[in-house]
Design a protein around this ligand. Structure first.
Ligand code: PEP
Ligand code: MN
Length: 371
């Protein structure tokens, strides 16, 4: 067994596949509702419109809001649980809330909520996760764990493991993106590969996209949701408010119930695979071609490193430094120009060349160290 298999074994969690327990009747599972519960009126009117659509599986509303700055609206608190309960009773919609402490869990359970989610500012903290996990022990609720604020797969995995160890089997992950210092169009960077890798590590884990917090603006929601469907995600969590312009939190990223329905109608579903023999034959042929090119790339890299080692020995004989800044700049600029002409993005060419350069330096250093 190789090291990777061992890692997968260790992470095997007792999770029920999402299609067996989720309330959803069609793909994707949809979690919708306002960022924050603000008043009974706002919660009930949003829920009425959402329930009428018949397309939402779980209602959401935050009542304890983990806001970045202290002067922002921090939620209505426990009173909001009564409104959520009312949504469940009047419209038959399962309801969920964000929990960040043991007390939140007890309050949510006491009010008969169907699901809880753990936010990005909480899943980052193993102490908080332990506390929440022990409060959830033995309870039969659905639990959704958002990715931690920073791009750390192990932390996300650890948060899920803690909840799983408390005996929760109806468990899924929510991908809401990662915060960065650099300003960019999105509020949080997707880093799709982290969620893809998480699914590989826990194959039964349901994956939900939260395009509202990822994009930070409602204009990005359709594209991000489509991308999630193309990556075979199981569901979407979309902040939906009866009157987004008057929302007390996350105003720019919330959609109305009507906009939510229009957006869901626009999604295109592609199957993860097909039984059509013609499709299977063609895809196999294309994948063989990819394998050939991947092998070629590795052969070329091997040859390139051999030349780098020869250069290393030659430089050693002549007592010359490894790093030659001018030469490196020239190599990179030429490659970026050439790559762009071949339809590659400059970012991609830069990343590849930097990685190759780093590897060449490592090989040259090893050669220089030789006796
Ligand atoms: C939320 O869902 O309202 C929320 C606070 O999200 P996040 O933890 O993703 O920031
Ligand atoms: Mn929000």
């Amino acid at each position: 067994m190789n090291a990777q298999n061992t890692a997968i074994r260790t992470n095997r969690l007792n999770i029920s596949p999402i299609e067996e327990w989720s309330v959803y009747k069609q793909r994707p599972l949809v979690i919708a509702g306002p960022c924050s519960a603000e008043s009974e009126e706002q919660v009930m009117s949003t829920a009425a419109a959402i329930a009428a659509s018949g397309r939402v599986d779980l209602f959401r509303a935050g009542i304890w809001k983990p806001r970045t700055r202290p002067d922002q609206f921090e939620g209505v608190g426990a009173i909001g649980l009564k409104w959520l309960r009312q949504v469940k009773e009047e419209y038959g919609l399962p309801v969920s809330v964000e929990v960040a402490t043991e007390k939140h869990v007890y309050e949510a359970l006491k009010h008969g909520l169907d699901a809880v989610w753990i936010g990005a500012r909480t899943s980052v903290n193993p102490f908080a996760m332990n506390e929440i996990a022990s409060a959830l022990r033995g309870c039969d609720v659905m639990v959704f764990v958002k990715n931690p604020v920073n791009p750390d797969l192990e932390l996300w995995l650890g948060a899920l493991e803690r909840i799983s160890k408390a005996g929760i089997t109806r468990l899924a992950a929510i991908h809401r993106g990662f915060s960065t210092w650099e300003k960019s169009a999105f509020r949080n960077q997707p880093r799709w590969q982290i969620a893809v890798e998480l699914r590989q590590r826990i194959p039964d884990l349901g994956m939900i996209l939260d395009p509202s917090h990822m994009g930070g603006n409602k204009s990005f929601i359709t594209d991000l949701s489509q991308k999630a469907m193309d990556l075979n995600y199981d569901g979407l969590m979309i902040e939906t408010h009866i009157d987004p312009a008057s929302a007390l939190s996350d105003k720019k990223q919330q959609v109305t119930p009507a906009e939510l329905m229009a957006l869901l109608d626009r999604l295109i579903f592609r199957s993860p695979t097909s039984n059509d023999p013609e499709y299977l034959e063609t895809i196999e042929d294309l994948r063989n071609q990819i394998d050939i090119y991947d092998n070629l790339l590795l052969d070329i890299l091997e040859s390139r490193m051999q030349v780098a080692e020869t250069i290393g020995r030659f430089k050693k004989e002549h007592n010359i430094t490894i790093l030659q800044s001018n030469r490196w700049k020239e190599v990179k600029d030429n490659a970026v120009d050439k790559g762009v002409r071949k339809g590659l993005t400059p970012e991609f060419v830069n990343i590849i060349l930097e990685a190759i350069h780093q590897e060449s330096i490592t090989h040259q250093m090893n050669v220089m160290k030789e006796e």
